[in-house]
Design a protein around this ligand. Structure first.
Ligand SMILES: Nc1ncnc2c1ncn2[C@@H]1O[C@H](COP(=O)(O)OP(=O)(O)OP(=O)(O)O)[C@@H](O)[C@H]1O
Length: 216
């Protein structure tokens, strides 16, 4: 379970991105995070992924306050979460296989296991035939799917996605959402930030709406 208790985030610039947010996401739940530009969606995902920390309040995963993780546990925690950004940062001089394999190589997995996992992940996003290609040879939707494969190759129990369909046409956006539904069916807890209101309404899942903090 993911839980935010009275979470506020004020950036060093003085900008208040989140104010007193309370939220519970059950294990295995899939939900959408919506709200206008600047409402704090990306900030909220970053706090859960421990890429940043709240200025007030707590983020709990399975009732454990993640701010209590020791420095040497933080990398492990981050690896246990699949994070998908709109800008997927693929390495241009590496093949699709290598890009997806990267998190497993970093964790020191053996090559035969890496191959098995990468093929399974590429298969789920329907990109097996592209494994030896380079990112520049792929369409925007395919690159986005590589980003998803890389995020799920570690079999994370939590998947966070920040505007994963931002640059895609409606057909591709629906395909990507179907892929998330499949991961959810396999048991992953999923939180997706998106301002594509019609698309997320069609999905029939919980919608969490963030209001922008008024400047005061
Ligand atoms: N690193 C940062 N330093 C200072 N202010 C920031 C930083 N990141 C975000 N902000 C500010 O915090 C507020 C929330 O930003 P955030 O990116 O979380 O919103 P968002 O809902 O994801 O927006 P969008 O839909 O445009 O991506 C905004 O006012 C933004 O300018």
């Amino acid at each position: 379970m993911i839980e935010l208790q009275d979470v506020s985030k004020k950036y060093p610039t003085g900008q208040i991105a989140l104010y007193n947010v309370n939220l519970k996401l059950q294990k295995g739940e899939m939900a959408f995070l919506t709200g206008h530009s600047g409402a704090g969606k990306s900030t909220l995902l970053k706090l859960i992924a421990l890429l940043d920390r709240p200025t007030q309040g707590k983020v709990l995963i399975d009732d454990f306050d993640i701010s209590q993780l020791k420095r040497n546990q933080v990398a492990n925690y981050r690896r246990s979460i699949g994070v998908i950004f709109q800008d997927h940062h693929l390495l241009s001089d590496r093949t699709i296989f290598d890009n997806v394999a990267l998190p497993l190589m970093i964790s020191g997995m053996r090559l035969p296991d890496i191959e098995r996992r990468v093929h399974a992940a590429l298969d789920k996003v329907n990109l097996m035939s592209k494994q030896n290609d380079y990112p520049m040879m792929l369409s925007a939707g395919e690159k986005q799917r590589v980003g998803i494969a890389r995020a799920v190759v570690n079999k994370p129990s939590i998947i966070l996605a920040d505007e994963p369909t931002g640059n895609l046409d409606p057909g591709l956006a629906s395909d990507i959402m179907q892929t998330f539904l499949q991961f959810n069916d396999l048991g992953a807890t999923i939180l997706i930030a998106s301002h594509d209101q019609p698309l997320i309404e069609r999905m029939g899942k919980r919608i969490i709406s963030l209001q922008k903090v008024k400047s005061r």
